[in-house]
Ligand binder design. Structure first.
Ligand code: ZN
Length: 445
């Protein structure tokens, strides 16, 4: 075993070649395997966020997702129905958060879900149907705001011995390196264990093509279409920018809330990010109950869903949300002792929480009054004539070299943009324009 591997507190036995230049395979304990598999539960936006948090200025650029995230972060709150809607996108919740917090090491530091009830102590409307997930955004039936935090009975968590383990800090850097490496390199174990992170980074290569094998037939015919006006440089066929309405921007921002495993499921383990594809594919191929504790864990990793209240009505991709948490409203001796419980303790306790109000506005995040400009790397800004002209000037492109196209974005285009966004900083050229040109060429021949 190499010295570097001994620094990692997980017991990981690695077999290296004679020249000590390549890790051939590793024997990992289940703790390590769990942490590796938990990568699949991370929403794309969380990956960008924790990379920034851990690596600072040296954070890797992940395709167009980093610029998509930065654009979202810089976009003024007035463009969203609510400030919390923007925060939901910047800090997407992990729908397997409870399970991940039990792991020996959890890379996702997103806070556990909090619940809020009516600010008015004397409100007569039922508590079980007026619960919000975010402070002060959704409204109670009485019209007042849901902003008084209500405790959640910890029975479920308290029953779990694993949650008591201390986080292994020595292993954290290596696990973050492994996550970073899995997204950007072809041989993350070699790079991290033998080369100590000093790698000649091979940026994953985008492989064109979308498979519909994993998409249910109904969602293919149901999918709505969005319109997008794009400016393309004629001489290079490169997209310069797109003019978009709120539906397309909503779709783009929502990509940040999809868990990595959910992306794998949508793209049939064929995302061009080889290591994650392999992880997902190998998990799908393990059909042994001995390895995967429950069917629930298997679906949680193979096809994780965005949390409740996250999927925008503008989402073209066939995504379903997690079901509502099984919470029951329980009355304490005094009103301020009311709480929610994961246990159904009928009798002196109240009914099941029937819905949890989400702070998205009209079923989506982005406010519809304005037009937006989207650049090739998915940076979103409010549209103004001067900014589009200054882009052309900045690139020293003649107006005669520019053509305007009106495109319809359906399921195929949406999947293609998602795939390109993982590996390329030109997500729209690679995901939209190139497949279009290919089709045109086919038609001509
Ligand atoms: Zn109320």
């Amino acid at each position: 075993m190499s010295d570097a591997a001994e620094e990692v507190k997980f017991s990981l036995k690695v077999m290296v070649n004679k020249q000590k230049t390549k890790v051939l395979f590793a024997e990992a304990d289940s703790d390590f395997a769990d942490v590796l598999l938990s990568f699949l539960t991370l929403p794309l936006g969380t990956i960008v966020r924790i990379m920034y948090k851990h690596y600072g200025d040296k954070a890797p650029i992940i395709g167009s997702l980093t610029t998509l995230y930065n654009g979202l972060s810089n976009l003024d709150s007035v463009y969203f129905w609510t400030e919390s809607g923007k925060q939901m996108l910047l800090n997407p919740r992990n729908s397997s958060g409870t399970e991940c917090r039990k792991l020996k090491l959890n890379v996702d530091d997103t806070q556990p879900t909090k619940y809020f009830t009516c600010e008015d102590w004397n409100c007569g409307y039922p508590r079980y149907s007026n619960i919000g997930m975010y402070y002060g955004t959704a409204l109670c039936a009485c019209g007042k705001t849901l902003k008084r935090e209500i405790n959640v009975d910890e029975f479920f968590q308290a029953n779990d011995t694993l949650g008591a383990e201390l986080m292994n800090v020595t292993g954290f850097n290596e696990v973050m390196d492994l996550l970073k490496g899995s997204l950007s390199f072809l041989t993350p174990l070699t790079d991290i264990i033998l080369n100590k992170g000093q790698i000649d980074s091979a940026i994953p290569c985008h492989e064109p093509g979308i498979s519909f094998d994993n998409i249910e037939k109904e969602s293919m015919s149901d999918a709505k279409k969005m319109t997008l006006k794009v400016m393309v440089q004629k001489s290079t066929n490169k997209l310069m920018f797109a003019q978009a309405e709120e539906d397309f921007v909503d779709f783009l921002f929502s990509l940040l809330t999809i868990p990595l495993g959910g992306v794998e499921a949508l793209l049939g383990s064929n995302t061009s990010v080889k290591c994650i594809d392999n992880l997902h594919r190998s998990l799908a191929n393990i059909n042994d109950d001995k390895y995967l504790k429950t069917k629930y864990i298997e679906t949680m990793l193979l096809k994780p869903k965005p949390p409740l209240g996250y999927v925008s009505k503008n989402q073209i991709l066939p995504l379903t949300e997690e079901i509502a948490p099984f919470l029951y409203r329980c009355a304490g001796n005094f009103r301020d002792q009311d709480y929610l419980s994961t246990l159904d303790k009928r009798g002196s306790f109240g009914p099941q929480v029937s819905c949890v109000k989400s702070p998205k506005g009209e079923g989506n995040y982005v406010n519809g009054a304005r037009m937006f400009m989207v650049t090739d790397d998915l940076t979103v800004t409010p549209l103004c004539m001067s900014s589009s002209l200054s882009i052309l000037n900045g690139l020293e492109i003649l107006l005669s070299d520019v053509k305007e196209l009106k495109l319809h974005i359906g399921l195929e285009e949406a999947l293609s943009i998602l795939k390109a966004s993982l590996t390329s900083t030109s997500a729209l050229t690679i995901g939209l324009i190139n497949p279009l040109l290919k089709k045109e060429l086919k038609l001509e021949n």
